[in-house]
Design a protein around this ligand. Sequence first.
Ligand SMILES: Nc1ncnc2c1ncn2[C@@H]1O[C@H](COP(=O)(O)OP(=O)(O)OP(=O)(O)O)[C@@H](O)[C@H]1O
Length: 259
Amino acid sequence: MPILSVSNLAWGPKGRLILSDIGFDLERGRRLVIVGRNGAGKSSLLRCLYRVNRPTAGRVLLDGEDIWTLSGRSFARKVATVLQETPADFGLTVREIVELGRLPHRASPFSPEVAGRDTVEAAMACLDVSRLSSRAFATLSGGEKQRVMLARALAQEPELLILDEPTNHLDIRHRLELVELIRGLPITIIATVHDLELAAAFGDDMLVLSDGRLAAHIRSDALTPELIRSAFAVEATVETIGGAPRYAFALPLPHSEHP
Ligand SMILES: Nc1ncnc2c1ncn2[C@@H]1O[C@H](COP(=O)(O)OP(=O)(O)OP(=O)(O)O)[C@@H](O)[C@H]1O
């Protein structure tokens, strides 16, 4: 059974349809990247998957169960998210933020004990934030905050990790390290990514969204110039270097936009 199964999904606020007719299955352990131009519906789709947007039609099944029938706690035991906006931190330290990832696993919501201290330490080490553990979260740089939020998500030990633009604040080194880390995790991952070369490195499978619809569901390295032209409105050439796709982009000539 796929870990995630989305069928006939549609969503939009008050009479406006933003996503329509979206359907795909995701097998356990695979990494799925979602690409598409600004406003294509990537974040809206992610929000449908982590239970913020309630679909106006269709269903999202996690391990065969409709996500809207699960309790918040059982959903949080299976699904972790790292989103663009970092949360209000109430003056918490880095360690305290990462420990929040353990909340769904506590025996009782009133238990003062933070279970899984080793998991917290390992998650901080993995994301290279151990040396920041006593710092106030609010004082960190954008990239440091992003890595702390990822450590919190890993401390949650999810089966499915949902990431919205996980590399956008990261420098080159941390970006490469993150791709390597993500590729080594034995969990299912869904991420929106703008950079198509990064998307190919990051994912196994790719959804290409265009105007709120699924334009393609392909292998992450299988984008063609035709698909790029129709989904992103740019001309592209594709080369394969060292087994990975490399893209060059150009704006279309004016006459090809207005035939
Ligand atoms: N709650 C909402 N109310 C009204 N419009 C919305 C709402 N949420 C999203 N939209 C609109 O839906 C469209 C898709 O937005 P979404 O954020 O999903 O796109 P995206 O592909 O993630 O874009 P980007 O690459 O710019 O982040 C946009 O036109 C956006 O303005």
